[in-house]
Design a protein around this ligand. Structure first.
Ligand code: PAF
Length: 277
């Protein structure tokens, strides 16, 4: 695996790389990221896999964990090389933001101001901006994202469609620990007791998903019961809600494909998860 710190070096390599699948990350890699790399390798017609590691200041709000976000570059490189990544783009801030980023991608507020966007104002603007910038540098044919960040995938699919970018966005199912906890870089913040408690979020989502599959239609009651269960066990939920998959708005038609999504704080750690119904 070749490591590129500059845009020029990455572009030179990309120019002769053929069809490229791209896996953007913020590092601190876990099994979920490795699954994205494996999916990238298996993507039809792909000649090379490019990954990136960049902790993007622009998508963190005031008081969020930008400074303490774990930077584990050496271990990340070992994992990516072992997973078969051909090129790693690992710029520092001076490369990606040599001056304050004044031109940004403003996602549709209908998509970006709800759920995560309501609790993390400006988050999806930061995500869309860095992803478009990375796309412009890497020029991939396809890019792989995890469905754990369900709203992020929805925003990015819409960005790619509306800006006519010739890039396939591939969304991969969430990788989970044996007890159901979604793999996340932020799981490392959990104490031992919190780690034991954390799968409750997945269990509550699974319960709702199963109930809806069995025909339950009173989403508000299911959501309220799950929120109470979390609160009684020490969680501080931001939201837990059944939405339609396409745009994450409240469902209107009976047959719409649905997803149940949640974000909740356990101690100082904010976890998100979702299950397609
Ligand atoms: O999902 C992430 O890790 C980040 O939001 C991404 C897509 C790498 C952009 O910084």
């Amino acid at each position: 695996m070749r490591i590129h710190a500059s845009i020029a070096s990455l572009r030179e390599a990309r120019a002769v790389a053929g069809r490229v699948a791209f896996v953007p990350t913020m590092g601190n890699l876990h099994d979920g990221h490795i699954a994205l790399v494996q999916a990238a390798r298996q993507h039809a017609g792909i000649d090379a896999v490019i990954a990136s590691v960049f902790v993007n200041r622009l998508q963190f709000g005031q008081g969020e964990d930008f400074d303490k976000y774990p930077r584990t570059f050496e271990a990340d490189c070992e994992k990516l090389a072992a997973a078969g990544v051909d090129h790693l783009f690992a710029p520092d801030e001076a490369v990606m933001y040599p001056q304050p980023q004044r031109y940004c991608v403003e996602p549709d507020p209908v998509h970006a101001s709800i759920l995560e966007g309501a609790f993390r104002p400006g988050h999806f603007r930061g995500v869309a901006t860095i992803v478009l910038k990375l796309f412009n540098i890497v020029q991939p044919d396809g890019a792989i994202f995890g469905k754990k960040d369900y709203q992020q995938v929805m925003v990015l699919k819409n960005m790619v469609r509306e800006l006519a970018l010739p890039i396939d966005i591939i969304a991969l199912d969430t990788t989970r620990a044996a007890d159901g906890l979604a793999q996340s870089s932020r799981n490392g913040y959990l104490t031992m007791e919190e780690r034991a408690e954390a799968p409750r979020l997945y269990r509550q989502l699974s319960f709702i998903a199963e109930a809806v599959r069995q025909g339950a239609g009173d989403f508000a009651r299911l959501e309220a019961a799950a929120l109470t269960e979390l609160e009684q066990n020490g969680w501080k939920p931001d939201y837990l809600t059944v939405r339609r998959r396409t745009d994450l708005q409240a469902p209107k038609e009976p047959e719409e494909p649905l997803v149940v999504l949640a974000a909740a704080r356990l101690g100082t750690t904010r976890l998100i998860d979702n299950i397609e119904i």
